[in-house]
Ligand binder design. Structure first.
Ligand code: KG4
Ligand code: ZN
Length: 365
């Protein structure tokens, strides 16, 4: 069964064709990073407008790449939430229009669930096609908006083990990068800077929060701010440089001796260590049969390696699955993949389908 997936929840306009919930036939992603870079973060209205102009060419390209036409597509799947309301509306309305015009079923998809299902996807050029992950699985879902440790008991059945009490892991990377005067988005910028850094030169705190599986990153951010502050140069008088409309997004200037790469390495290690150790602890406690990483932060190399190391220590027989890089950050293949399993549970929408910007990950079976 070929499903056309559409994703517009944040700053990527994406469409993909996936067969039987697993085989990616095309995966097209138009990133809006350049649109938002000048503002240091995603501007919701710009995101929605960007989706309006990009969505139809992106869908056309996804069909072309898959060698598919209207008659090959059996289902239209679209992200219903969580995400930015204006951005989600663009995808939902396009999906409804296509489903109506082509006479196909419409399946609304939970974006968080879709990140989990990125671990089911395979590509034609994969060296080996892995079997689907074994359940129950512990999934660490880490993105710009979410940090959740989840037990995937079965398809559509989730138990929350822990979540962030303040910033999401990706948000922590983004804010940390901003404090260090690194680029946007912050995760890749910190990863790159950290490559040449020594994580042991600076001591940053870890919020273990006792035995709980919850996370907290706000203390870490404050500690980084304290370390960076002495190196900050006074901000120029805004009246003398009126060309930047968003004064608060002007990158800070630092003294040349700011130990940027060491701080980036220490910051990355502090985030990654807590995520990996808590994930491994949950795997052992819950008797999970696999470990899944998901979300934009799962693209982080240090996180991937550390989770593998920690799980190897406590449960060497449990495999760790990590999606390809382009399936960690937002994409539509994961939407089409998740829709296949949702459809098997009978989740299909009528024309009253609506977006749900604050949709949580809840069990549906
Ligand atoms: O899943 P995603 O694309 O969008 C959301 O649904 O939020 O995740 C985006 C987040 C951003 O915060 C970005 O900084 C982070 O993922 N990210 C990374 C890396 N690549 C993207 N964080 C750490 N290391 C990376 N390599
Ligand atoms: Zn996402």
């Amino acid at each position: 069964m070929n499903i056309l997936g559409i994703e517009t929840s944040c700053d990527e306009t994406a469409a993909a064709v996936v067969a039987d919930g697993r085989r990616v036939r095309s995966n097209v992603i138009a990133s809006q990073i350049e649109l938002h870079r000048a503002h240091g973060g995603v501007v919701p209205e710009l995101a929605a407008r960007g989706h309006v102009t990009a969505i139809l060419p992106v869908i056309e390209r996804a069909l072309d790449d898959a060698g598919a036409s209207e008659k090959d597509v059996e289902v239209i799947a679209v992200t219903a939430g969580p995400g930015l309301a204006g951005a989600l509306l663009v995808g939902m309305n396009v999906a409804k229009a296509l489903a109506y015009a082509w006479g196909k079923p419409l399946v609304p998809v939970n974006h968080l669930e879709a990140h989990v299902y990125a671990n089911w996807l395979t590509f034609p050029d994969d060296q080996a096609v892995l079997p689907p992950p074994e359940l129950p699985a512990v999934c660490l879902l880490v993105s710009g908006g979410h940090t959740e440790l989840i037990l995937v008991e079965d398809h559509g059945r989730y138990r929350h083990l822990g979540r962030t009490l303040d910033d999401a892991a990706g948000e922590a990377f983004d804010k940390g990068a901003r404090l260090l005067g690194l680029g946007y988005p912050g995760g890749p910028a910190i990863q790159e800077a950290a490559r040449d850094g020594d994580p042991r030169r600076h001591d940053l705190p870890r919020a273990w929060l006792g035995e709980s599986d919850d996370f907290s990153f706000s203390g870490l951010k404050t500690a980084l701010l304290r370390l960076v502050d002495p190196y900050r140069l006074p901000a120029p008088d805004p009246r003398r440089s009126p060309s930047t409309p968003f004064a608060e997004h002007r990158p800070p200037s630092f003294r040349d001796d700011l130990p940027r790469v060491d701080l980036a390495a220490a910051f990355q290690e502090a985030v990654v260590e807590v995520l990996a150790v808590k994930t491994a602890g949950a795997v052992r406690r819950e008797g999970a049969r696999s470990v899944l990483l998901a979300g934009g932060v799962a693209a982080n190399r240090a996180l991937r390696e550390r989770v593998m190391r920690e799980v190897e220590c406590v449960a060497p027989e449990v495999p760790v699955r990590v999606p390809r890089l382009e399936l960690c950050t937002d994409n539509a293949a994961m939407i089409a993949g998740a829709a296949y399993y949702a459809l098997r549970r009978g989740e299909q929408a009528g024309w009253e389908a609506d977006i749900a910007p604050r949709l949580p990950l809840v069990s549906t079976s």
